[in-house]
Design a protein around this ligand. Structure first.
Ligand code: ATP
Length: 197
């Protein structure tokens, strides 16, 4: 089998327990030599809909979320490149001859991958590694080579964390949010007054 590298891209606004669990399971099951966590600069499909936290904060939060996990490198490559984030450009930068590239993502992201910039070209140069709950039918995305990573479901989303924090009464952090976000990330959120009510 050729050497393989994984790219786990996201907005990470903020990073949460679901991201961490997905990355750990993917690293364990995919047999990759390199595992890149890549923080989007401008996730154009999301930033059209809502205000996204500045990339510099999301980068630090991702570094804090993944700092104690072996074998993962948090990358600022999309932030350094600037502008709207297109995964095809990231793959072009990280690609190495003879190495297979896998894009790690959840089922919702996988179902939307054909709407990404230059999707047909992207489908030719990567495989998808779809992280999904055990027991669920495997996700197949037409036109893409797909592998499955199995995990116990983690009921977390960045949307839920943002909602819990922005809707909180006074400045108290809701216990549910504390459970969803790594402690170092929560300290950073508090210190920098992100997602304030
Ligand atoms: P939002 O709620 O703001 O849309 P998100 O929680 O989906 O954000 P992203 O940074 O957009 O977070 O996601 C990065 C990747 O992590 C995506 O491929 C997404 O499908 C995956 N992911 C997000 N939450 C989970 C989860 N709980 N379990 C597994 N994968 C997840």
């Amino acid at each position: 089998m050729p050497p393989r590298q994984a790219i786990f891209g996201g907005t990470f606004d903020p990073p949460h327990a679901g991201h961490v669990a997905a990355a750990i399971h993917a690293r364990e099951q995919l047999d990759v030599d390199l595992f890149h966590i890549v923080v989007a600069n401008d996730p154009w499909q999301k930033s059209a809909e809502r205000v996204v936290t500045p990339a510099r904060h999301r980068l630090v939060m991702a570094q804090l979320a993944f700092r104690d996990i072996d074998g993962m490198a948090v990358s600022d490559l999309e932030i350094r490149r600037g502008g709207p984030t297109y995964t095809i450009d990231t793959v072009a930068e990280l690609e190495k001859p003879g190495t297979e590239t896998l894009l790690v993502m959840g089922p919702a992201a996988a179902n939307g991958v054909s709407t990404w910039h230059r999707a047909a070209e992207l489908a030719e140069c990567v495989r998808l590694a779809v992280v999904q709950p055990r027991g669920a039918p495997p996700v197949h995305v037409e036109g893409w080579r797909t592998e499955t990573v199995l995990m116990e479901p983690v009921e977390a989303s960045a949307t839920l964390v943002r909602e819990l924090l922005t809707r909180r009464a006074h400045q108290e952090i809701p216990p549910q949010a504390v459970q969803l976000v790594p402690p170092a990330v929560m300290s950073y959120i508090v210190e920098h007054r992100l997602y304030s009510p």
